[in-house]
Design a protein around this ligand. Structure first.
Ligand SMILES: NC(=O)c1ccc[n+]([C@@H]2O[C@H](COP(=O)([O-])OP(=O)(O)OC[C@H]3O[C@@H](n4cnc5c(N)ncnc54)[C@H](OP(=O)(O)O)[C@@H]3O)[C@@H](O)[C@H]2O)c1
Length: 263
């Protein structure tokens, strides 16, 4: 049995707890000063009264507080870290590097920086992982296997995290915006709210699943749907004339620039 402890029980912690719940080999526990007990009850896991208690019970601790709480968390954890330095840390703190994590928590610890997206909660997430240079391959494999339970993962150099964060971390909001645009177009053309929503959601979900399961690139799939000179091609032309690629590139660039301000 592996015990995973969470410090912080906000949106990301809850998504990860949902992603891991149901694994009979994993026991989950959480500490969060205000919402910890309520979230634990709602999600059917145990709550602890302190960050120290979570650390001492866990094999892996997920840091899931706002990034500016790292120093406060490190202070709360210091006695527990000294008592049990074997705990592996997985930090999801946005914009906090492995070097900063070591500086706050201790140079001796094994630390993984993880960048999961919100879709881990429905087991269809994406998580970028960065490890310390000297991390044992068995530990890397074990940590990656945990994140693979709720989606796909890649080991990435930390300098790529900004791009990964904009595309995969913020991406669900952008894909949701496109889904809403499809829904609005269906509504404008006389479909009911309920059916417009179903058409848009199922089309986006099914298209992603089709590309992944049939290993098709987006362009391959697009070309399969389009007969040259046909109706889909007429619509696709409008997207291209509106410069969809540039619009999305500008979206990602603005997201990365804002993230950089926070770092
Ligand atoms: N949301 C995402 O899609 C996403 C994606 C990737 C990474 N992240 C990163 O994940 C982290 C958490 O994000 P979030 O969206 O889950 O934030 P959130 O919903 O605001 O939740 C933050 C949680 O941290 C708890 N907390 C605050 N100070 C604490 C402290 N000193 N000790 C223990 N717990 C403390 C809060 O406690 P109470 O509720 O008890 O007050 C709350 O449960 C951030 O660093 C963010 O950059 C988020």
């Amino acid at each position: 049995m592996l015990t995973i402890g969470f410090i912080g029980s906000g949106n990301m912690a809850q998504a990860m707890i949902q992603g891991w719940s149901g694994n009979p080999e994993v026991q989950l526990t959480v500490y969060s000063p205000n919402s910890g007990k309520r979230v634990a009850k709602e999600l059917g896991i145990t709550a602890e009264d302190s960050a120290m208690a979570v650390w001492l019970k866990s094999d892996l601790v997920v840091l899931a507080t706002p990034a500016d709480q790292l120093a406060a968390t490190a202070k709360m954890l210091q006695p527990a870290i000294l008592m049990k330095p074997s705990v592996i840390v997985a930090s999801v703190l946005g914009g906090i590097s492995l070097a900063q994590l070591h500086q706050a928590l201790g140079e001796q610890l094994i630390i993984t920086r993880a960048l999961p997206n919100v879709n881990v909660g429905v087991k269809y997430g994406y998580t970028a992982l960065a490890f310390d240079k000297d991390t044992n391959p068995d530990i890397k494999g074990a940590v990656a296997a945990l994140f693979l339970e709720f989606g796909r993962t890649d080991e990435l150099a930390e300098e790529k995290f900004g791009a990964a964060s904009a595309v995969a971390g913020s991406g669900p909001a952008f894909v949701a915006a496109f889904t809403e645009a499809l829904k609005q177009a269906a509504l404008k053309n006389g479909l009911t709210e309920e059916i417009a929503a179903r058409l848009a959601e199922q089309t986006v979900a099914g298209t992603a699943r089709h590309m992944i399961e049939a290993k098709k690139t987006p362009l391959t799939l697009a070309n399969e749907v389009m007969t040259p000179g046909g109706s889909t091609a007429a619509g696709y032309d409008v997207l291209q004339k509106g410069n969809l690629n540039q619009l999305v590139l500008d979206t990602i660039t603005a997201t990365m620039a804002k993230n950089a301000e926070f770092e």
